[in-house]
Design a protein around this ligand. Structure first.
Ligand code: SF4
Length: 464
């Protein structure tokens, strides 16, 4: 421990922002349990709090429940049964620092001049402070520091004047800078919108009785819904049980977050027509071509490195083996809310399989190096277990710049590659060699045009 501290493994600071999952449904049947299933499938996008809201048209009544922690712990079964209605939405969130638990949990409800808006948001609004100030100047006072509340208040305020959702949402979107995939309930109807760059994912699904919109297609699969399409960049849709209909559009150009493909989305999701697992395997193949090495075994860091490692193994011919066992009951390192929890989490989470590691030249594969803390720990562990060599291969090119679009990389200081060379990072991790995917290799593996991807944290050039 002392040595690791000296090496700087435990020194990273963080200022966490969220990544979230959203789900909305309009149906000819009761939707409470469907929303529950939908957000369950999106649990990987946020593990700190969850909320669900339904609208019972016959009774003219909104019902909502919120809870902190994993969905399995967040809602009492008897409260679930209180969710009545055929329209609703759900949200899983990953809190901002200092606002854990149910504070700022979504879907959030606001009312301006008697106009109610209920909203679930995935993303981050870069100009929220300016917009908050302008709201206050107009006598509209946000109750929190949430950027999502700013969107909801702007929308409710405009809706109170226009009574037209498409026009109001369009006007709000022209003011927002940043990433947002939104589900909105207003005037008894359900809507969704995606920012003009489509930074965060959002897709539409259909069953015989319901139309669904969700952050990822895995939330459609669980309901047996057919993936119809992704919501377009800048598109505003109205959702009825029969269909999703475009009601307005703000001009934009695609800039899909590359990190969704590499790490955030679930492998069995389709994003913009690409199955995430297949993309990850292709990145691994490309990595093997770019950074080949003589070795005995390819070992993934579970779970995020698995598909990349499989691709590396298939391309290089070096056997793939599970050399690190994961304790499944510890949450994902990258989205733990405090550094203390993260340190504890790494030690709890992984243990080497001695027979796979001892005396071997190991290619250790992971999705990314953000802070550089975890990978150093793991190399150290493998060497302690007798690995002859450890060659680290990373699917994401070096992350050199912060993200302003809803991922918890807020300052350059947090990022291992912002000031250090690859060789310096290699030395700090104790690896025998270190190879990252190139940007071109990553883009080619995703299979979308380079200009349609956000690569901001790799290049420092952002879409907005
Ligand atoms: S800056 Fe990086 S993490 Fe943020 S949206 Fe762009 S690609 Fe994704």
């Amino acid at each position: 421990m002392g040595k690791l501290k000296e090496l700087g493994y435990l020194d990273s600071e963080e200022k966490i922002k969220h990544s979230c999952g959203v789900f909305g449904i309009s149906s000819s049947q009761e939707v409470g349990s469907l929303i529950y299933s939908g957000i369950y499938a999106l649990q990987h996008r946020g593990q700190e709090a969850a909320g669900m809201v339904t609208w019972d048209e016959r009774q003219g009544k909104l019902s909502s429940i919120y809870g902190s922690g994993l969905i399995k712990d967040a809602f009492e079964p008897k409260k679930l049964s209180r969710l009545k209605g055929n329209v609703g939405m759900g949200h899983v969130r990953y809190s901002t620092a200092g606002s854990k638990g149910v504070k700022n949990v979504q879907p959030l409800k606001v009312s301006v001049h008697g106009k109610k808006v209920i909203l679930a948001h995935n993303g981050e609004i870069a100009n929220a402070p300016q917009l908050r100030r302008s709201l206050k100047q107009r006598g509209i006072w946000p109750k929190s520091n949430s950027d999502s509340e700013v969107i909801a208040l702007l929308l409710a305020s405009l809706l109170s004047q226009t009574n037209d959702f498409g026009t109001s949402m369009e006007q709000v979107m022209r003011q927002l800078r940043g990433a947002y995939s939104l589900i909105v309930f207003a005037d008894g109807e359900l809507f969704a919108a995606r920012d003009p760059h489509g930074i965060r994912p959002l897709c539409i699904g259909q069953t015989e009785r319901s139309c669904v919109v969700a952050s990822e297609s895995v939330a459609l699969d669980i309901l047996g819904a057919k993936l119809v399409r992704d919501v377009g960049e800048g598109e505003i849709i109205k959702i009825t049980p029969q269909k999703a209909e475009t009601i307005a559009r703000v001009k934009g150009s695609p800039s899909y977050c590359m990190f969704e493909y590499v790490y955030f989305a679930r492998g069995d999701s389709f994003l913009q027509g690409k199955e995430v697992q297949a993309v990850r395997e292709e990145i691994g193949r490309s990595l093997a071509r770019e950074h080949s090495v003589e070795a005995d075994v390819v070992v993934p860091i579970p779970d995020s490195g698995r598909s990349h490692a499989l691709g590396y193994s298939r391309e290089s011919g070096i056997p793939y083996q599970e050399g690190l066992m994961k304790n499944r009951y510890v949450p994902r390192t990258f989205i733990m809310p405090t550094q203390a929890k993260r340190k504890f989490g790494v030690r709890l989470k992984l243990n080497p399989v001695k027979g796979v590691i001892k005396g071997k030249r190991v290619v250790l594969v992971d999705d990314s190096i953000v802070r550089g803390t975890t990978i150093g720990w793991i190399v150290h562990m493998l060497k302690n277990e007798g690995a002859k060599e450890v060659h680290v291969r990373i699917a994401t090119p070096p992350i050199r710049a912060p993200c302003y679009f809803g991922i918890n990389m807020k300052t350059k200081k947090q990022l291992a590659a912002s000031k250090r060379s690859i060789e310096e990072i290699r030395l700090s991790t104790g690896a025998d060699s270190l190879g990252y995917s190139s940007i071109d290799g990553l883009v080619k593996s995703i299979g979308l045009p380079k200009g349609s991807l956000c690569l901001g944290c790799l290049t420092g050039k952002y879409p907005t």
